[in-house]
Ligand binder design. Structure first.
Ligand code: HEM
Length: 406
C-alpha cells in the first residue's frame, strides 16, 4: 500500500479545464489517481483507485468479472427492480388517505436501492430486511461523505472519524461474518458465490482481511454515492425539459429516450466534481504544458465537458437529443477515462452505441423508467429541492417527490 501523502487543498492544485489535457492526463500511466491517497486514506488506502501500473491492472482485471453482461442483467432484474417495487409498495402502504399522493425523498430512495444492489455485488450476507438495509444505508452515507471529504467545507477530521466509525460497524455487522463464511467455503472446496469477496479471496490471496475490507467499502460508496447524487440532477433536468417539451411525456416508457436523458444528465452533472491526480515524474503534455514530478492536479470535469468541441452546440444546456462529437461519450467525462475509467459504468448506464438487444440497460436507466411509470413529479406540497451548502460539490440536500400513478 502506498503511503498517506499530504498535498495542497483541491482549490490550490493546478486546475485542468481543457478536454484534450484532461483526456491525456487520464490516459497517462505516469500520472496516478490520488483522491484516496489523501484525507480519505485511512478508510480507502489500498483500494483499486489508489493502485498504479501492474498492481492496478491485475486488481482491475479480476474485478471486471463482476460486470459481465449476464451478471448485470441478473442484478437489474432480480435485485434492483424488486427493490424499487418493494419501496414503492412500502411508501404506498404508509398513505392514510387514498386521495393523498404517495411521497418519498429521491435521495433516500436512490441510496436505499443502490445499497441493496451493491451489498449483493460485494457479497455481504444478512442484508435482507429493511432494518439491516437502513443500517447499511447509514454506513454508506458516512463512507460517501468521507470519500468526498476533499470538497467538504466542514471539519475534515470529524467527517473521517464518522467514516471510520462506520467502518467498525460495517465489519462487525456484515463484513467479518461474510468474509469468514467465504473463506470456509473456499477451504472446504465448495462452490463460492459470484461476488467481490469471493473473487478476492480466491484470486487475490496476497490481500489480507483489512485490505479486502477497504475494497468492499470502496465498492459500496463508488456505487451508491455517485448514483445517489446523480439521480436527483437527472430527474430535475427531465422535469424542466418536459415543461418545455410536453410531447416527450409520451416517451417516458421508452428505454432509448430515458437512456439519453440519463446520459445527458450525467454529462451535465458529473457526480465526482473533479478527478485528482499526482504526477509520478516530470511530464510534458502534447499541448506543451509541463507537469512537474509530485505536482497535484484537479481535472475539472464540469469545465472540460462544457465546450463546443466535445458536446456540440449549447454545451451548458440539457438536451437529450444532443449529437455528440465523434469520440466523445454521451455522458461526457462523468465516468473518468484511461486506466481508472469507472468499472461500474455498465452497471450504472448503457450507451446508445451499444447493441440495442444487450441484456442490461443500466441501473439508473431501469430506476428512472420505473419511477416515471409510477408518475414521479416534484412534490408540490413542499418547498423546492434544496442544494447542499456544506460542500463545494453540486449536490442536493433533499429532493421530495410524489408518485401520481400509485
Ligand atoms: C453514476 C454512477 C457512477 C459514476 C458517475 C462513477 C464515476 C466514477 C469515476 C469518475 C471514476 C474514476 C475516478 C478517477 O479516475 O479518479 C470511477 C471509478 C470507479 N468506479 Fe465508478 N461511478 C459510478 C458508478 C459506479 C458503480 C455502480 C460501481 C460499481 C461498484 C463503480 C465502481 C467503480 C470502480 C471499482 C472504480 C475504480 C476503477 C479503477 O480504479 O480502475 N462505479 N467511477
Amino acid at each position: 500500500m502506498t503511503e498517506h501523502q499530504k498535498g495542497p487543498a483541491v482549490a490550490e492544485m493546478t486546475h485542468i479545464t481543457s478536454p484534450a489535457e484532461v483526456d491525456e492526463i487520464l490516459r497517462s500511466t505516469d500520472i496516478a489517481a490520488d483522491l484516496h491517497n489523501r484525507d480519505s486514506f485511512p478508510l480507502l488506502g489500498g483500494s483499486v483507485l489508489t493502485l498504479t501500473r501492474t498492481e492496478h491492472l491485475q486488481r482491475r482485471r479480476l474485478e471486471a468479472r463482476l460486470f459481465a453482461r449476464d451478471a448485470l442483467h441478473i442484478s437489474e432484474q432480480s435485485v434492483l427492480l424488486p427493490a424499487v417495487k418493494r419501496r414503492l409498495a412500502a411508501r404506498t402502504a404508509l398513505r392514510t388517505d387514498p386521495v393523498d399522493p404517495v411521497g418519498d425523498d429521491l435521495l433516500v430512495f436512490s441510496r436505499m436501492v443502490l445499497v441493496e444492489m451493491t451489498a449483493r455485488l460485494i457479497g455481504l450476507d444478512g442484508v435482507e430486511d429493511d432494518e439491516q438495509l437502513e443500517l447499511l444505508y447509514s454506513c454508506a452515507e458516512r463512507f460517501g461523505e468521507a470519500a468526498s471529504v476533499e470538497w467538504a467545507l466542514t471539519d475534515h477530521g470529524e467527517i473521517m472519524a464518522a467514516g471510520l466509525a462506520a467502518s467498525d460497524e460495517f465489519v462487525e455487522r456484515w463484513f467479518a461474518s461474510s468474509y469468514r463464511r467465504r473463506r470456509e467455503l473456499l477451504e472446504s472446496g465448495a462452490e463460492l458465490p459470484v461476488d467481490l469477496l469471493s473473487l478476492l479471496l480466491a484470486h487475490a490471496k496476497e490481500l489480507d482481511e483489512d485490505e479486502v475490507r477497504r475494497e468492499a467499502i470502496f465498492f459500496l460508496l463508488a456505487s451508491s454515492s455517485t448514483t445517489t447524487h446523480a439521480v436527483p440532477h437527472i430527474a430535475s433536468e427531465l422535469f424542466a425539459w418536459l415543461e418545455n417539451h410536453p410531447d416527450d411525456a409520451a416517451k417516458l416508457g421508452d428505454v432509448g429516450f430515458i437512456r439519453q436523458v440519463v446520459n445527458e444528465g450525467l454529462r451535465m452533472h458529473p457526480p465526482v466534481p473533479s478527478l485528482l491526480r499526482r504526477s509520478l515524474r516530470d511530464v510534458t503534455l502534447s499541448t506543451g504544458r509541463h507537469i512537474a514530478e509530485g505536482e497535484c492536479l484537479a481535472l475539472d470535469l464540469d469545465a472540460a465537458v462544457r465546450v463546443v468541441e466535445v458536446s456540440g452546440e449549447d454545451p451548458a444546456v440539457f438536451n437529450p437529443y444532443r449529437p455528440m462529437s465523434t469520440g466523445a461519450h454521451p455522458y461526457g467525462f462523468s465516468f473518468g477515462g484511461g486506466p481508472h475509467t469507472c468499472l461500474g459504468r455498465p452497471l450504472a448506464t448503457s450507451t446508445s452505441k451499444t447493441n440495442p438487444d444487450e441484456a442490461a440497460s443500466g441501473s439508473i436507466v431501469v430506476f428512472m423508467l420505473e419511477l416515471m411509470a409510477a408518475g414521479m413529479r416534484l412534490d408540490p406540497r413542499t418547498p423546492p429541492p434544496r442544494r447542499r451548502a456544506d460542500t463545494v460539490a453540486d449536490r442536493f440536500e433533499s429532493f421530495p417527490v410524489i408518485f401520481t400513478a400509485l
